[in-house]
Design a protein around this ligand. Structure first.
Ligand code: ADP
Ligand code: MN
Length: 335
């Protein structure tokens, strides 16, 4: 694991609290978190491997400071200053941090993409866990009433979509990503235009993601989401306000290349392309997976209020959202 002093601000978060960090080459995603979230990662790896497959790889925890007087935010700022890395403005976060000095170290789901398009879909009709305070329950119930959580069991918490080289315009950042902040899913998306919202994520003509490519992306996401649905239907858990994190290659040219690479017939018959026949086979598999350009990934994230709950049956609250998103992807995937 990296030392706390080697971390930099993570600028690709599309939702959630402030204070997320990553290591210098962007392979790791480091998030201040509560102990129940750490416990859920550990329990899942231990006892629920088929679900853990859809969690970001958990690499451990990090104590960001022993000094209770220095916040993670202050430490983060100091770390960034020390490395003199410019800090682009990300207007999508809440500006709030959680009070903790523990952080989970996860695989960065957006690593390895040329232009990662990212969508955070927050799951649930009910958004609060049993231990929430009365005012939080009221606040979250209002969010449910006012958004797609009510009828569909999810809302779009945030997304970023590459618009092509040199794209400029409203809500487009300096790298050409259109930023849909938390207000988008709160106030602009409703049950009658929600398919359109997903279209905005998956299809971007100006970035070279045309109908054909977009349909393939929707189908790929649907395949993974169907598997996630099956796993959740077969297990007993409660996850309040967890998210589906969708990432795919937002550069149409790079996406097309990655897809062509992946569909090349495997030379050694086990799905891996051989580059150097002299390499040891174990190494070969690892390196090949690392080097193949990324197409897409779908993960479940944000387990601050998640538990395995034997005896309680499947999590219909989260499954409502999963099934709704699956329905939308099925629709978008029709050529
Ligand atoms: P919070 O409790 O602050 O909502 P989340 O776990 O939802 O924390 O993470 C906040 C944001 O950070 C997500 O919306 C997503 O954009 C990004 N994020 C979370 N986990 C990862 C990961 N493993 N890799 C890349 N980005 C991530
Ligand atoms: Mn979140």
């Amino acid at each position: 694991l990296p030392a706390a002093a080697d971390l930099v601000d993570y600028n690709y978060a599309v939702a959630g609290h402030d204070g997320v960090l990553c290591d210098a080459d962007g392979e790791l995603f480091i998030k201040p978190c509560t102990l129940p979230e750490v416990a859920f990662y550990e329990a899942s790896i231990q006892d629920h491997p088929d679900f853990a497959e859809y969690m970001p790889t958990f690499l451990g925890t990090l104590e960001l400071s022993d000094n209770q007087n220095v916040s993670i935010e202050e430490q983060g700022a100091a770390l960034i200053a020390k490395r003199s890395i410019p800090e682009p403005v990300v207007p999508t976060k809440t500006g709030k941090r959680i009070a903790t000095n523990t952080a989970v170290v996860l695989e960065n789901a957006a690593h390895g993409f040329v232009r990662p398009n990212i969508l955070d879909v927050k799951l649930g009709v009910r958004l609060w866990a049993d231990d929430a305070h009365q005012d939080k329950k009221k606040r979250f119930d209002l969010v449910t009433q006012e958004t797609t959580h009510k009828d569909l069991g999810f809302r779009i918490a945030g997304m970023r979509v590459w618009q092509g080289e040199g794209a400029v315009g409203a809500d487009i950042d300096q790298d050409g990503y259109k930023i849909y902040n938390k207000d988008y899913g709160r106030f602009s998306v409703n049950t009658s235009n929600v398919n359109e919202a997903f279209r905005n994520f998956i299809f971007a003509e100006s970035a070279g993601i045309d109908e054909e490519l977009g349909c393939l992306v929707a189908q790929a996401f649907l395949a993974d989401l169907t598997r996630i649905q099956e796993v959740l239907e077969g297990q007993e858990s409660r996850m309040f306000s967890a998210s589906l994190l969708f990432v795919f290659e937002g550069d149409g040219t790079a996406l097309r290349c990655a897809m062509e690479d992946a569909s090349k017939p495997a030379i050694n018959g086990n799905g891996h392309h051989i580059v150097d026949e002299d390499e040891e086979e174990a190494d070969e598999d690892d390196e090949e997976e690392e080097n193949l350009p990324k197409i897409y990934t779908l993960k479940v994230i944000d387990f601050a209020h998640a538990q395995w709950t034997p005896g309680m049956g499947p999590d219909e609250n989260a499954l409502t959202g999963v099934r709704s998103v699956a329905r939308i992807l099925r629709d978008l995937g029709k050529a």
